[in-house]
Design a protein around this ligand. Sequence first.
Ligand code: PLP
Length: 453
Amino acid sequence: LRPTAEYQAIDAAHHWHPQTDMAEVNARGSRVFAGADGIWLTDTEGERLIDGMSGLWCVNVGYGRERIAEAMYQQAKVLPYYNTFFQCTHPPAAEFAQAIAEVAPEGFSKVFFANSGSEANDTVFRLARVYWDVMGRPRKKTFIARKNGYHGSSVASASLGGMSFMHAQSGLPIAGVHHIGQPYWFGEAEPGESPADFGLRRARELASAIDRIGAENVCAFVAEPIQGAGGVIIPPETYWPEISRICAEREILLVADEVICGFGRTGRWFGSETFGIKPDLMPIAKGMTSGYVPMGGVLVHDRVAGPVIERAGEFAHGYTYSGHPVACAAGLANLAILREEGLVDRVREDIGPYLQERWLKLGEHPLVGEARMVGLIGALELVRDKERRTRFAEEGRTGTEARELSLANGLVMRATRDTLLIAPPLCLTHEEADMIAERAARTLDDLADAKAR
Ligand code: PLP
């Protein structure tokens, strides 16, 4: 390895980072990561940090899995690439599609492969419209999604997303996408409104929006089971059943974006199972390969796949690397690890409850307005005044400050506005869960000290 400063210099000169203020990169230099094992990251200075975010919510089986590396290497030697267009396939694509269908909820027997969560959602955008075309209802073209949702960075997926700062930069959303409110009880409920009432109220915004636009014009509702990038927003229990009822009643496709929640994050294979959602389409990515290689896709329920395959003939959509053999080989090894080590059950029955208990205790800290966690995905809402739930001035500054303090304590967390987020690899040990809770607690104390100064 070269000295850290050399990497920082060439990086700042030539590498334009995604979702990053390059002025900061130029001023401070980036942290350079050189290796990882289990839940631990190592930087070029030799410092070891706990990765409390599984990279970007993706390294579900943890780092350093020789089995995945070996599977990729062997596949690259045998058949590094071939396409899956024009009636071609190869063993890893066929086997990986089968393996995913085996762990998917009943009725999801088809996978359409893409290379990222963004492409997965672009695929949803096109496929849902094709579905209504073949059902003889071509006017059903409008999508409804949620404010502060995240579905990717391509034009269609960023339009489905409800990130206003992304929309503002390039004139999004595109026509045909509407957004309704999010089920963010802590941040948006009326004073005295219970989570149950708030959940119902937010769900019924969907009914109002459909009725306003006309059900005959609405194609699908798209939402994450738990909003991840928006701040790990865990909906009240009343929310998803009411959403499901509304979609069924008004004949609207229900799309559960499982890019973060899929592959064990919430203690079931899919977040839809944790929340009792019965989706028609499930975009997937991230934990699909635990991030060892880029991959995405859409799990399609038979009630959608059947008519489209039968009546549309060709779905005129696909990517050069759809079902890439090396990615499928990585995905197969990743699924084998999740299954053989029972990692998904472990999140639900063992390590999830263990970390939750410690994490929810952090809610007693004077600077925490709410601590929440489902499976191994959680958040801490930072507040100035706990009783009144008053936020700090200049939204986002305290979150960033806390994230930096956490890094100094050897724990990578992410901050969305003034909310700290956590989603560690599913393989973490009890001792490591203790360390996460201790380091997060220390970070809160450090933040309190900094505020008192
Ligand atoms: N959908 C959700 C719920 C996500 O969290 C993300 C990424 O964070 C995406 C889609 C987009 O995935 P990608 O960055 O792989 O395009």
